[in-house]
Design a protein around this ligand. Structure first.
Ligand SMILES: [Zn+2]
Length: 425
């Protein structure tokens, strides 16, 4: 394959010299070598232990290609090599199951691991299929949006592409789109369950964004994701892109205004609580069973004449927290107040959602917290709402308060503090 970029060309030349066997399919040339060869020409740790591994990769790549290029997703095709194929190199990819590079002017280069550390052949097969679909998705999306490099906010002076979370989220989603019964991606979702207060676009939570991409597809269709990528090069950031594409459909991406039904707080954050509810945009009972669903910050049971107050919790931009509120026998109405420092209150949004005994969202009945106009005696700001019918009648098991930080982009605010008081009224 002719490559113009010096660094990429050197890498490809080294791999082509090393990996002398090929398997050709309709869209791919897969280059590989055997670890142990009976003629003494094995390539040791850079090789596969069996050819079946290569046939699995070939099968997965062609299946994934069909899903990505065809309607309704219909992603634009990546540039092919001069032989009309995409080239894939199977070897000992350093510290990874796969790696895809794209330099403008050259075709993307896909690398896949010659082996993993999974305990069983079945788990190894699942990892192989997931990795092939994942890396091929990168080969499709990387040419659609060049990187915007910024310094990682961890003091390491390393760089990160602000588009990477959207690339990784899309690739993780594609794994489950192509192979719905393959749960290999679950290994990356512990953080999604345990740390909902972290930002959707945090540089260290990129794989977790796959759940958000799945939500968008479920709510707006596969063509929405295709449209997103076809327009990516026209926008300065993923959040600006989401804002623009959702706006063209009459929707707001993330808004703290309780009068606006936004997609982030009212849609995604709310739905993410209901993993076992088929009507949820995040319906994923396997994730609930494996990792326990999204973390509950506090579960409160307010008693008559005894308000419950939490300590101060923090939530980053495009993150959220969940508070469960259980009715006691005598309950009738619940008043919930969120306190926060004045400059930060403007980014928070609170939604009270009724939950039934089967852990399904009860229809209607959602209540948005409203801004309290007057400053509180201690100088803080407050959001407040009263939830009527707060009793176990009518199938109510509990109410979940979803508090979302709706700030993002240039006005993002992190570690916003909030304190919750719940009392019966
Ligand atoms: Zn990736």
């Amino acid at each position: 394959m002719v490559i113009q970029d010096d660094v990429l060309r050197e890498r490809v030349e080294r791999l082509e010299a090393l990996l002398r066997e090929t398997l050709e399919t309709e869209h791919f040339i897969i280059c590989f070598g055997l670890r142990d060869s009976p003629n003494g020409r094995g390539i040791a740790r850079e090789g596969v232990t069996r050819r079946g591994q290569i046939r699995q990769y070939a099968h997965a790549l062609e299946l994934a290609f069909a899903h990505l290029e065809a309607a309704p997703l219909a992603l634009p095709l990546p540039p092919f090599a001069s032989d009309g194929k995409l080239h894939v190199y199977v070897h000992d990819v350093p510290r990874s199951y796969g790696f895809t590079q794209f330099v403008p002017g050259d075709p993307p280069v896909i690398e896949l691991a010659c082996r993993g550390a999974e305990p069983t052949p079945e788990q190894a097969r699942h990892r192989s299929y997931a990795a092939a679909a994942h890396e091929l998705t990168h080969a499709f999306t990387l040419p659609l949006r060049l990187p915007t490099w910024v310094e990682k906010p961890d003091g390491s002076h390393a760089s990160i592409d602000i588009w990477q979370w959207l690339h990784e989220g899309t690739a993780m989603f594609a794994e489950t789109l192509v192979f719905p019964c393959n749960h290999d991606c679950m290994r990356y979702l512990v953080g999604w369950c345990d740390e909902p207060h972290r930002s959707l676009d945090h540089w260290n939570a990129q794989y977790q964004a796959g759940v958000f991409i799945g939500f968008l597809v479920r709510r707006f269709g596969h063509d929405f994701l295709g449209e997103l990528w076809s327009l990516a090069s026209q926008h300065p950031s993923p959040t600006a892109l989401l804002e623009a594409v959702l706006s063209s459909r009459g929707r707001a991406f993330a808004s703290p205004d309780p009068n606006v039904t936004d997609v982030f707080a009212c849609g995604y954050c709310g739905d993410a609580y209901f993993l076992s509810d088929p009507s949820s945009g995040c319906f994923h009972p396997g994730l609930l069973e494996r990792h326990g669903g999204r973390l509950i910050t506090h579960a409160l049971v307010p008693e008559p004449s005894h308000p419950e107050t939490t300590g101060v919790d923090r939530v980053d931009h495009l993150g959220c927290r969940y508070y469960q509120l259980f009715p006691s026998a005598a309950a009738s109405a619940l008043e919930v107040t969120l306190f926060c420092d004045p400059p930060e209150a403007v980014v928070l949004r609170g939604e009270l959602l009724p939950v039934g005994t089967q852990f399904a969202r009860l229809p209607g009945g959602a209540v948005s917290l409203q801004r309290v106009p007057a400053a509180q005696p201690d100088g803080r700001s407050a959001l407040r709402a009263v939830f009527p019918g707060f009793s176990t009648a009518n199938g109510l098991d509990h109410v979940v308060l979803v508090v979302a930080n709706c700030s993002y982009g240039a006005t993002a605010r992190d570690r916003v503090g909030l304190q919750l008081t719940a009392q019966l009224v």
